[in-house]
Ligand binder design. Structure first.
Ligand SMILES: Nc1ncnc2c1ncn2[C@@H]1O[C@H](COP(=O)(O)OP(=O)(O)O)[C@@H](O)[C@H]1O
Ligand SMILES: [Mg+2]
Length: 500
């Protein structure tokens, strides 16, 4: 089967999301669609799956022109999409979710469910999609929920599977499982469109790559013959420096000291045990580790978001164990949280409101008992300018911004106030290359200016690029402390608990 898009254009008011796009994909092939946030990838796929009608252009399947007025039409023609945000019902089982949408809910009777369950098992064994058909979706980790979405479209006989930024929500381990699944789908004759903004992923998994920029296809490249820098340049439209420059400087005094820290997780288990570390001024200390090894709880404990069950924290020799988040913030410890949507921003709030989210009570921003809007707005415009936050205005709501701009907003807010210690957790997760370059530059500039940085990242490349020193977390403990020039293989082994 061959699916073609011919001269597709689509605008939203003044925004040309897609301009005369041509592309094609065939059975047994993985096509990569690479582009920055806002390049038009999702819009194009929403057209292909019948969610949007193009302003002009055609969709052809096996040479025949098709018009889809909704996703049902598309799936009838063998085209299915796994969306960036899953569309599953948490309180339903895997099998129930798989048949849901195929039939009215009232048809969720025993017989349908039994047949569905059988079919789910068949599909899951055929494509290595390991999942329990009877488990409730809400109990499944994100990586497994994604498999349910895949089964859901295979159940409807999809021949083309579209994945929209599928790895953005996955851990490195889940990513390799996912890649195995993609290859097994491809090898059994499915056509795949894989959307991402991560360069190494398209190089690793795709047979062909189309690069999208500002709504246009700006190049088609062969993954075997391209490089990260060629792809980055096509994507961003200018050359991008992927090698972060970090000159060596001598660290200053001890800024943060953690002694025998113990922290309990939500599941009432020991998440962090006996952690000791020191962080100096003018130093970036990287925390490497596979997600779920206590890093999240550790950072929460340092920032006052989680209670410390034993041990102590000193900041400039002052014991600040179990201080409140506000107190910690006021002392000059700033936090870039790992989940900007849940902890960093309030989506419905404007940029201005988000800028004063944790400082509204400070003298600069308060006027008697209300907010000093003028000061808040001018601070917002200042941060937007300084940290390259691109938006229509400071009154735009946060959820109108792309991921990269949201992240720059959080970073700008935290770094614009009194700061001695920056705790940055996953600072570039789900962010485009241009913004990664920018954010890395800001973190290094902070360190050069004398700030201590604690960098928590599950991206080993990021840890290696930025850190002056690295500690590795495994099962809640620090299992290794390594200099920044350590062989990545050794760091990777330590992340799996293997220390030589
Ligand atoms: N429903 C919509 N209404 C208005 N503008 C939209 C809509 N969907 C997308 N856009 C705009 O179209 C452009 C392309 O967006 P999108 O296709 O989501 O890009 P990508 O998936 O590559 O990040 C962006 O400028 C975005 O703001
Ligand atoms: Mg998108």
């Amino acid at each position: 089967m061959k699916i073609e898009l011919k001269e597709i254009s689509k605008s939203f008011g003044p925004v040309a999301a897609n301009t005369k796009i041509n592309l094609s994909v065939s059975s047994g092939e993985t096509l990569g669609l690479l582009g920055e946030n806002g390049a038009g990838k999702t819009t194009l796929m929403n057209i292909l799956t019948g969610l949007y009608k193009p302003d002009s252009g055609q969709v052809l399947i096996k040479g025949q022109q098709k018009e889809f007025s909704n996703p049902r039409d598309a799936i009838k023609n063998g085209i299915g999409m796994v969306h960036q945000h899953f569309m599953l019902v948490p309180v339903f089982s895997v099998s129930e979710n798989v048949i849901l949408g195929n039939e009215p809910i009232t048809a969720l009777n025993r017989i349908n469910l039994k047949e569905a369950r059988e079919k789910v098992l068949n599909i899951s064994s055929k494509y290595n999609l390991d999942v329990d058909p009877d488990e409730l979706v809400e109990r499944l980790p994100v990586g497994v929920q994604q498999r349910v979405e895949i089964i859901k479209i295979l159940f409807r006989n999809a021949e083309l599977l579209i994945f929209d930024e599928p790895t953005a929500v996955l851990t490195p381990q889940e990513v390799s499982d996912f890649f195995r699944i993609v290859n097994s789908l491809k090898n059994s004759g499915k056509a795949i469109i894989f959307i991402t903004h991560k360069l190494h992923e398209v190089i690793q998994i795709c047979d062909r790559i189309n690069v999208l920029r500002r709504g246009e296809v700006v190049g088609e490249v062969n993954p075997k013959k391209t490089s990260n820098s060629e792809l980055a340049e096509l994507m961003v439209g200018r050359s991008v420096n992927l090698n972060t420059k970090r000159k060596k400087i001598d660290p200053g005094d001890v800024l943060l000291k953690v002694k025998n820290l113990q922290v309990i997780s939500d599941k009432k288990e020991k998440a962090v045990s006996n952690v000791n570390l020191k962080l100096h001024e003018k130093e970036i200390l990287g925390i490497a580790g596979v997600q779920g090894n206590g890093q999240t709880e550790f950072i929460e404990a340092l920032t006052g978001l989680r209670k410390i069950s034993s041990g102590e924290i000193f900041y400039f020799d002052r014991n600040c164990t179990n201080f409140t988040p506000r107190k910690i913030h006021q002392m000059g410890i700033k936090h870039i949280p790992e989940d900007r949507q849940k902890q960093g921003l309030i989506n419905e709030f404007s940029i201005t409101e988000n800028i004063v989210l944790n400082t509204y009570y400070e003298a600069d921003f308060s006027k008697n008992i209300s907010l000093n809007w003028n000061n808040a707005r001018s601070e917002a415009t200042r941060v937007m300018k300084k940290f390259d936050v691109r938006a229509n205005s400071e009154s735009s709501p946060a959820n109108n911004l792309s991921g990269g701009n949201q992240q720059k907003l959080v970073i700008g807010r935290e770094m614009s106030r009194k700061i001695n210690l920056l705790i940055a957790s996953q600072p570039t997760r789900g962010v485009d290359v241009g913004s990664i370059e920018y954010i890395h530059g800001q973190i290094i500039a902070a360190r050069n200016a004398g700030i201590g940085v604690l960098l928590n990242s599950t991206e080993l490349e990021e840890i290696i690029a930025l850190s002056d020193r690295i500690v590795v977390f495994f099962e809640g403990k620090i299992v290794a402390e390594l200099p920044s020039n350590t062989d990545p293989k050794i760091i990777g082994l330590a992340m799996a608990g293997v220390v030589t």
